[in-house]
Design a protein around this ligand. Structure first.
Ligand code: EPU
Length: 418
């Protein structure tokens, strides 16, 4: 197992770039199951979660292979299995994204239930209910979802909660079903919209993506496609936090600005400055970070995936901030670790009160999930002395070349065996 060692405090300078979005790439890889021919995805980040999805697809009989640094070819024309084993699903919950495509394409799916997660219970009941509503016979047996349907039928699906991967599963299944599906209270996240764009290019008939009602008219076949994945709004936001906490000025190339309003608004509100430059943004941190209130919400609200990184920044604000987490019930695992670095954060239910302190001091801390780990990296850049971040395999799941990118910006960061 590897750990990061970071020596701070540090000033960052120079230019970095935004990689392709993990959460857009994963459903697109699953969508390849629906296609008659090969799917070629450009701008796919090299990450552990992407490797896990490749393993899963290869296990189904698809051929998933890199055709360049960030160019991935997925050919499922000879798909032969409907089985997604626990061993892979437990490593990556997003494996549930094969449920809809497998049922639509093969008429059956045998997919492990994901189980619990560090940030919450994260059930998949809404995914299952949707496949049932579309005529699927779904049973839970021995920890597996077993879905069967000669041909899925269009249906009206109302989501109690606008679930991101649930909306993606239904989009994919409905694209190859019989008749019309209407998703009500659909997730509006930009990654859902990007998937819909790709499916349309494959021949799907979809209207309303990005709105709370999406309509899909099923078609008989979907063809192969070449598609460029959107860049990662959460990675770009994480670099903005790194600039903010270190009071630095950096340029971030190709962030998906249209998808980043809530992140940019908060960044400006706490004292950051931002200028549009050619092909990106120049962001500048400030001397005195202003405290604020943050409430996570579904898109276009403030993303839960940026909550931990902003908390790290606000731990050095000039006053008290309040952060409310409304999406996941246990997404404050980073609090105890930030406090080990000298932060003063108290959690009560789903609210964290962040009392700004004058400085953070390096310590050994433990990464618990992907974004919690990112918040520890952000904090460590500003902490005085050496911080060791253990269990960084979480970061390898979701940030492409994080230490190289930070190193190029001037951070003292390296990887060691734990
Ligand atoms: N929920 C249910 N039942 C369901 C599905 C969801 O109760 O069947 C609840 C969840 O427990 C949660 C809420 O609905 O409380 C929203 O969860 P959602 O389904 O939208 O989350 P997800 O699709 O599992 C995706 C991202 C997450 C991101 C969330 C919220 C992917 C692969 N994952 O998860 O990304 O936090 O949406 O925006 O797209 C990350 O990248 O670090 C990450 C966790």
């Amino acid at each position: 197992m590897d750990k990061f060692v970071i020596e701070g405090p540090t000033k960052l300078s120079g230019t970095t770039f935004t990689s392709g979005s993990k959460n857009a790439s994963l459903p697109m890889m699953a969508a390849a199951i629906l296609a008659d021919g090969a799917v070629v995805l450009n701008n796919v980040p090299r990450l552990r979660d992407i490797d896990t999805m490749c393993k899963l697809l290869n296990g189904l009989g698809c051929i998933c292979e890199w055709r360049g640094e960030n160019r991935l070819k997925v050919d499922c024309s000879s798909i032969s299995s409907d089985f997604a084993p626990y061993d892979l699903v437990r490593k990556m919950r997003a494996s549930i994204l094969v449920l809809g495509p497998l049922t639509a394409r093969l008429g059956s799916a045998h997919v492990s239930l994901p189980g619990g997660c560090a940030i919450g219970v994260r059930p998949v009941n809404l995914h299952i209910a949707a496949i049932k509503a579309m005529g699927g016979d779904v049973q839970i047996e021995n920890g597996y979802i077993k879905a069967k349907a000669k041909k899925l039928r269009g249906a009206t699906i109302y989501f109690d909660i606008p679930t991101v991967t649930g909306t993606e599963n239904v989009l994919m299944a409905a694209a190859l079903s019989e008749g019309k599906t209407v998703i009500k209270n659909a997730a509006k996240e930009p990654e859902v919209v990007d998937l819909a764009r790709m499916l349309k290019k494959m021949g799907a008939r979809i209207e309303g993506e990005g709105e709370s009602t999406i309509e899909i008219e099923g078609v008989d076949r979907l063809c192969g496609v070449e598609f460029t994945v959107m860049s990662d709004r959460i990675e770009a936001g994480t670099f903005m936090c790194a600039a903010m906490i270190t009071g630095s000025e950096i340029t971030i190339k190709n962030p998906p600005l249209d998808a980043m309003d809530a992140i940019i608004d908060k960044f400006l509100e706490i004292g950051g400055e931002l200028e549009r430059v050619d092909d990106g943004i120049l962001v500048r941190g400030c001397e005195r970070i202003k405290p604020t209130m943050i409430k996570t919400a579904v898109y276009p609200g403030f993303p839960t995936d940026m909550q931990a990184q902003f908390m790290a920044v606000l731990s050095l604000a000039d006053g008290t901030s309040i952060i409310e987490e409304t999406i996941f019930e246990n997404r404050f695992m980073h609090v105890a670790e930030l406090n080990r670095l000298g932060a003063n954060i108290v959690v009560s239910g789903n609210r964290a009160v962040v009392e700004g302190v004058d400085g953070l001091v390096g310590a050994s801390v433990m990464a618990t999930d992907l974004r919690a780990s990112a918040s520890l990296v952000v904090a460590a850049l500003a902490a005085k002395g050496k911080t060791e971040i253990l269990r960084i395999y979480h970061l390898d799941r979701g940030y492409e070349s994080l230490e190289e990118k930070l190193k190029r910006l001037g951070a003292k960061i390296w990887r060691e065996k734990q």
